[in-house]
Design a protein around this ligand. Structure first.
Ligand code: 13P
Ligand code: ZN
Length: 279
C-alpha cells in the first residue's frame, strides 16, 4: 500500500541519504499520524503483537500511532523496501509501552532513539498540535563544529546565524546544544525535549542533530539550512580565525520587522573578541 504519507516519509529518507547524512544506519525519523491517516491504513494493521517497554513515559501520546524508522535499518534502503525498514507503532494507554502494528516485516524494533523521538513529539504536541515530525541525522559540518565551538546555546546559535541571512528567519528561536551523552536512552531524551519545548533544533555534541516540523519539507529544510550554514562556517574557519565582515546585532534586529520575527536579545550580544566562537 503506497499512501501519500508513505511516499512523503520515504522521500525524506532518500533525500537525507543523498545529502550524506545517513552513513550505515545513522539517523532516524518519526511521524505522529493523523486519525485520517490511521483510518486509511488500518485495514493493514495487525494489533496482535506484544507490548514492549518504550524506556520512558509519554502519557501525552497515549493511544496514538507513529511511523518510525527501524533500529539498525539504513535510510538508503527505505525506498527499496519500506515494509522491511519502517514500522507503525501504537502507544498504550499510560504512555509506557508500544506495539508494532505494521512494517518491520522481517523482524526488528523501532529506532533505538525512540525515547527521544516520543518525548520530543510529546512536548511538540503541547506546543502546537500540528507539529508532527522529528528527524535525527548525522550531518558532518554541524558535528564538526561541536569540536571547535563552545557547547553553548548562545554562541552556537549566533555563529550559525551569522553565516546566512536566512537563518534567523528559518529558526528564530535558535539552537540548543546537548553535551556529549550516551545516545538511545531516556536521559538524552529528557535533555533534548527540554530544548524542543521552545526551539526547533537540538544539536547533539559529537553525534548529530534533531529537528522538528509540521511536515516533512519543513523538517528536512530546517536540517538542511542549519547544516548549510555550518558548512559555510567550517569553510570560513578553515580560512581564518576571525571575520573581516559579518552580519551585526543591529543587522539582525533590522530583520525583525520586515520578517515579523522576535529574536531573543541573548543571541545578539556585542562581541568583545574578534575570534569566531568567543563572545
Ligand atoms: P538506530 O539505527 O537505532 O535508529 O540508531 C541510529 C542512530 O543514529 C542512533 O543515534
Ligand atoms: Zn544518531
Amino acid at each position: 500500500m503506497k499512501t501519500k504519507l508513505i511516499r512523503d516519509f520515504t522521500k525524506t529518507c532518500t533525500d537525507g541519504w543523498l545529502q550524506g547524512w545517513h552513513e550505515r544506519n545513522g539517523g532516524n525519523l518519526s511521524y505522529r499520524m493523523r486519525n485520517s491517516e490511521v483510518e486509511e491504513m488500518k485495514g493493514e494493521f495487525c494489533e496482535e503483537g506484544d507490548w514492549k517497554e518504550i524506556g520512558t513515559e509519554v502519557p501525552g501520546l497515549a493511544g496514538e500511532y507513529f511511523m518510525v524508522t527501524g533500529s539498525g535499518k539504513y535510510f538508503r534502503n527505505v525506498e527499496l523496501d519500506f515494509e522491511d525498514n519502517v514500522a507503525i507503532i501504537r502507544v498504550n494507554e499510560d504512555g509506557t509501552k508500544y506495539k508494532i502494528v505494521y512494517g518491520l516485516v522481517n523482524g526488528g524494533r523501532p529506532t533505538s532513539e525512540l525515547p527521544s523521538h516520543l518525548m520530543n513529539l510529546e512536548v511538540l504536541k503541547q506546543r502546537d498540535p500540528e507539529m508532527r515530525i522529528v528527524y535525527h541525522a548525522h550531518p558532518a559540518n554541524t558535528v564538526a563544529l561541536t569540536f571547535v565551538l563552545p557547547l553553548d546555546d548562545e554562541i552556537f546559535t549566533r555563529e550559525i546565524w551569522e553565516m546566512e541571512t536566512e537563518c534567523p528567519v528559518v529558526f528564530p528561536q535558535g539552537i540548543g546544544v546537548v553535551p556529549w551523552m550516551v545516545p538511545g536512552g531516556k536521559e538524552i531524551g529528557v535533555k533534548t525535549s527540554e530544548i524542543m519545548k521552545t526551539r526547533n533544533v537540538a544539536v547533539w555534541a559529537h553525534h548529530g542533530m534533531f529537528v522538528c516540523g509540521h511536515d516533512f519539507d519543513e523538517a528536512f529544510g530546517l536540517m538542511h539550512t542549519v547544516e548549510k550554514s555550518a558548512e559555510i562556517l567550517v569553510k570560513v574557519m578553515s580560512m581564518s580565525p576571525v571575520k573581516l565582515n559579518t552580519i551585526t546585532p543591529e543587522d539582525f534586529r533590522a530583520l525583525q520587522k520586515p520578517f515579523g520575527l522576535t529574536l531573543d536579545e541573548k543571541y545578539l550580544y556585542e562581541k568583545h573578541s574578534g575570534k569566531i566562537g568567543e563572545k
